[in-house]
Design a protein around this ligand. Sequence first.
Ligand SMILES: [Cu+2]
Ligand SMILES: [Zn+2]
Length: 208
Amino acid sequence: MKVLIALSTVLCVVLAKDQPRKAIVFLQGNAGVSGNVTISQPSCTEPVFIEINVVGLTPGKHGFHIHEKGDLTDGCASTGGHYNPDKVSHGAPNDQVRHVGDLGNIAADENGIAKTSYSDTVVSLYGARSVLGRAIVIHAEVDDLGKTNHPDSLKTGNAGGRVACGVIGVLAPFDEPDQDCGSGQQGLMPAALTITISLLAALRLMVL
Ligand SMILES: [Cu+2]
Ligand SMILES: [Zn+2]
């Protein structure tokens, strides 16, 4: 009996998965820039997968960020700064220190098209640090990733004006309560801890 209880405890923890979440962003700008971005995440402890399709850009690299507000009442200007709940310096997507919203650059080809996809372990669609309802902004210039001597480098990456933006909206409706498991890498630790504690509890039940 105790073994059965122990086994069911372990199974419950392992099988208790969130519903996958998926977000859509419709990007629009003044200078003929338009496109869409989808962000999908299978569960709160897994990385997001970001798919980007943008046209109308000038060829080359453009800063690509999540800004803190989904407010387009004054166009891209009213979306606030980079989403930065930890109040740290601007950085590159792969840096230890970065804004949650720092997604680096997207590169447009000679036809002005940027089409790419990648994973990110810091951005999340779950919990208090969810990016749902915030905005994606594309900039006129390259994001220097916090690596130059420009006074704005560690604040914004000195990426210039905002050429397109859109609000991160719900694509796949979900109805489960929002559990706050942190975001990305930080979210993996509590999950690992929960599983470890449950396993230890289960082992203890088996021994007793
Ligand atoms: Cu930006
Ligand atoms: Zn930033």
